[in-house]
Write a protein that binds this ligand. Structure first.
Ligand SMILES: NC(=O)c1ccc[n+]([C@@H]2O[C@H](COP(=O)([O-])OP(=O)(O)OC[C@H]3O[C@@H](n4cnc5c(N)ncnc54)[C@H](O)[C@@H]3O)[C@@H](O)[C@H]2O)c1
Length: 314
């Protein structure tokens, strides 16, 4: 697994180990950490390797989950050239490896391939509305090109591929300072700092709890060989950003106030997965409500802030 020490990767490593896999976790620790997988290091079935996927990798594996890529705008815009390299050169290197060792290949794609969508909710057949040279392009276009590479390796070399288009996911081990809305709000609420809303806060998002998403990954990887995706994986339940902020304030008992700031460039106003395909092909849909998923997520951040001496007083 590439990007295995990140938020989603660490949960996937855990799940694969539980189901009897031998896991090789490959990560350059750009946004991931050893702490995210520290609890797995003692397993004889787990191996952690520091490696940058923009460089070729020579290992023997049966399946590749390609998750390496910073996922939050703050991190992927920090070094946009490296972001494109990670998505594109990373995909070339990992697909090349898959071809050499005849491994099944899973690609963590993203709802960002739809850009600022003109269709709502977005089915997989929608080609998207992406600014090719804006601030988000390094991520959006990098991921689009990675999808292209997957499908060309499939058509040209018969490589078995599985492409998941992941929508906003949250849960324990998200990076606390990555500016993603759920972690941002929870950290702001727990420290009683103002909660920042962009625009009028009425833009909508859908939030999937990580355990639901990992179920979808496993089902997709084990689906019929002729099913390649791309398949939307996310929670279609829609909330406004404002409603999320209010829920987090309520669940943390925070005294935070809401403050409004201008919308960042190319920030989509609406984003919601159409998961009809995942329902029919994978027999999957999310089952964990926002409230249920927020509980362990808030507990995780509370503990993280406490260990960092940033405990808040109510
Ligand atoms: N979390 C979400 O809501 C979401 C949504 C859509 C897509 N995704 C995709 O899922 C994947 C995982 O996302 P995440 O939320 O866990 O993000 P994350 O930033 O926590 O994890 C990404 C991991 O990739 C590693 N990485 C980055 N560049 C690398 C490189 N060049 N070589 C090796 N490792 C590298 C990072 O160190 C990190 O461990 C990403 O590909 C992301 O684009 C996530």
């Amino acid at each position: 697994m590439t990007g295995g020490a990140g938020f989603l990767g660490s949960h996937l490593c855990e799940r694969l180990l539980q189901t009897g896999y031998e896991v090789l976790c490959v990560d350059n620790f750009y946004t991931g950490t050893r702490e995210n997988v520290a609890h797995l290091l003692s397993s004889p079935h787990f191996e952690l390797m520091r490696h940058d996927v923009t460089m070729p990798l020579y290992v023997e594996v049966d399946e590749i989950f390609n998750l390496a890529c910073p996922a939050s705008p703050i991190h992927y815009q920090f070094d946009p050239v490296q972001t494109t390299k990670t998505s594109v050169h990373g995909a070339i290197n990992m697909l090349g490896l898959a071809k050499r060792v005849k491994a099944k290949f899973f690609q963590a794609s993203t709802s960002e391939v739809y850009g600022d969508p003109k269709i709502h909710p977005q089915p997989e057949s929608y080609w998207g509305h992406v600014n090719p040279n804006g601030l988000r392009a390094c991520y959006d276009e990098g991921k689009r090109c990675a999808e292209t590479l997957c499908f060309d390796y499939h058509r040209q070399h018969g490589l078995p591929i599985k492409v998941a288009r992941i929508f906003n996911t949250y849960g324990p081990r998200m990076h606390p300072n990555d500016g993603r809305v759920v972690s941002n709000f929870i950290v702001q609420a727990l420290t009683h700092k103002p909660i920042t809303l962009y625009g009028d806060g009425l833009q909508s998002r859908s939030f999937c709890y990580v355990d639901d998403l990992i179920d979808a990954f496993i089902l997709l990887m084990n689906s019929d060989e002729d099913f390649t995706g791309p398949v939307n994986t996310g929670n279609p339940g829609e909330f406004t950003i404002l409603a999320l902020a209010q829920k987090v304030i309520e669940m943390t008992g925070s005294k935070s106030e809401l403050v409004y700031q201008p919308l960042p460039a190319d920030d989509p106003l609406q984003r919601q997965p159409d998961i009809t395909l995942a329902r029919s092909k994978l027999d999957w849909e999310p089952t964990i409500t926002l409230e249920k998923g927020l509980e362990p997520t808030i507990a995780y951040f509370r503990q993280l802030l406490e260990t960092r001496g940033m405990t808040m007083h109510q």
